[in-house]
Design a protein around this ligand. Structure first.
Ligand code: HEC
Length: 121
């Protein structure tokens, strides 16, 4: 009986650990609270979004139904919105982002790539 209990605790613990990074609130919306992700977002991603993207992707004007103006939205946008795919396109592509702007510097694109890989390994 004790052996079973221990196994049960072990399994619960492992499950808890696996789930601690991503909590599924609703099916469509994923809320992440990894400290590592959050720190990376604040250090590298937020400034890029503020400078280039949030003018069109915010609460009152969410172009393409995409918000990029806070951590949760940016994480979701990056997973589901193909952010990396859009920023590596050439500016003459109609799907290029930032729309009407210039291609982001390689360093910014690399940060976005890194963040994308952290979010969706
Ligand atoms: C001048 C306004 C403008 C700026 C600035 C802008 N976008 Fe957009 N974005 C749009 C519009 C309009 C759409 C919807 C049309 C489309 O999908 O191309 C869109 C769509 C998108 C989509 C597709 C959303 C989806 O769910 O299909 C992504 C991803 C995206 N933008 C990312 C970005 C990123 C990242 C930046 C900053 C580097 C950025 N955008 C800057 C106007 C803008």
């Amino acid at each position: 009986m004790d052996k079973f209990k221990n196994k049960f605790y072990l399994v619960s613990f492992v499950l808890l650990y696996l789930c601690s990074c991503a909590d599924n609130n609703e099916e469509q919306y994923i809320s992440y609270n990894c400290e590592k992700l959050d720190n990376y977002y604040q250090m590298y991603i937020e400034p890029i979004m503020q400078e280039n993207c949030t003018g069109c992707h915010n609460q009152s004007y969410s172009a393409g139904d995409l918000r990029l103006d806070n951590f949760d939205y940016a994480v979701n946008g990056i997973i589901k919105g193909f952010v990396h795919d859009r920023v590596i396109m050439e500016p003459n592509d109609p799907r290029f982002m930032p729309l009407g702007g210039e291609k982001l510097p390689d360093s910014s694109i690399n940060y976005i790539k890194e963040f994308t890989d952290m979010v969706c390994p």
